[in-house]
Write a protein that binds this ligand. Structure first.
Ligand SMILES: N[C@@H](CCC(=O)N[C@@H](CS)C(=O)NCC(=O)O)C(=O)O
Length: 215
C-alpha cells in the first residue's frame, strides 16, 4: 500500500496509525506547493481534490480523507484497541473526536493560519478560535490518558498531528498543562517518533534540493 504524504501535513496521522498497526506503507511524498510527485507529474491525477492523505489500496482503489483512511486501516485489524468494533458506543466516541479534530480544529481553526491569503484581521480571529478549542481540549484531558480513555486510538494520532501545529505557528501551549502532557506522552510513542523522523528526513531532503538552509 502506498501513502501519499506531505511533510508537516495532516497525513502524518495516517502514517502513525499504520505504524501502530504494523502496516508497512510505501510513502510517496507530494510537493504540495506545486502539487507534483517526485517524477514531476501532476498529483491531481492521483487525487483530483489535490489533498493528502490518500492511500492506494492493494486492489488499486484510492481512498482519500484522513479520518476514513485511518478507519479503513484499523478495520483491517479487527479487535485492535486502536478502534473499537463497529456499532459500539466506544467507536462512536472515537469518531466523535475525529470529526471535531478534522472539522473544528483543522479546517475551522488552523487552516486560515496556514493560508498566506488570510487577512490579518481574520488571522487574529482564527488564532482565537484555535486557542478556545485547545483550552476546551486541555480541560477534557484533565482526567484521562487518551481522548477516549485508556487506549490510544486513531483519534489520538489525528489529534496529536493537528495540535502539534501549535509549534509551527508559535502558539504557546504553556497555559494548557494537560494538553502539553498529552502531546509529550503521544510524541514518545515509537510509532510517532518513527513517523516524525521520516517526515523530518524528507523535509531536510527537500530543503537541500531547493538550496534552503536546514534549520
Ligand atoms: N478533508 C481532508 C482534508 C485534507 C487536507 O486539507 N490536507 C491538506 C494537508 S494537511 C492539503 O492537502 N492541503 C492542500 C490543499 O487543500 O490544496 C482530510 O481530512 O483528509
Amino acid at each position: 500500500m502506498k501513502l501519499y504524504h506531505e511533510v508537516r501535513g495532516c497525513s502524518l496521522a495516517v502514517d502513525i496509525v499504520a505504524r501502530e498497526l504494523g502496516e508497512a506503507l510505501a510513502i510517496e511524498w507530494v510537493d504540495m506547493r506545486r502539487k507534483t510527485l517526485s517524477d514531476g507529474s501532476d498529483y491531481h491525477r492521483v487525487n483530483s481534490k489535490g489533498t493528502v492523505p490518500l492511500l492506494l489500496l492493494p486492489d488499486g482503489n484510492r481512498l482519500s480523507e484522513g479520518m476514513v483512511i485511518s478507519q479503513w486501516l484499523a478495520d483491517q485489524h479487527p479487535g485492535h484497541p486502536i478502534l473499537p468494533p463497529p456499532g459500539t458506543m466506544a467507536r462512536y466516541r472515537v469518531l466523535e473526536w475525529m470529526s471535531f479534530i478534522a472539522a473544528d480544529l483543522h479546517k475551522g481553526g488552523f487552516m486560515p493560519l496556514f493560508k498566506q491569503t488570510t487577512p490579518p484581521e481574520y488571522r487574529a480571529i482564527a488564532a482565537g478560535y484555535v486557542a478556545s478549542k485547545l483550552a476546551w481540549l486541555d480541560d477534557q484531558l484533565a482526567d484521562r490518558t487518551y481522548l477516549t480513555g485508556a487506549d490510544f486510538s486513531i483519534a489520538d494520532a489525528h489529534c496529536y498531528t493537528i495540535a502539534m501545529w501549535t509549534a509551527v505557528h508559535g502558539i504557546d501551549t504553556a497555559g494548557w498543562p494537560h494538553l502539553m502532557a498529552y502531546l509529550a506522552r503521544i510524541g514518545a510513542r515509537p510509532s510517532v517518533r518513527a513517523a516524525e523522523a521520516a517526515a523530518a528526513e524528507e523535509g531536510a531532503r527537500q530543503r537541500a534540493r531547493e538550496g534552503r538552509p536546514i534549520p
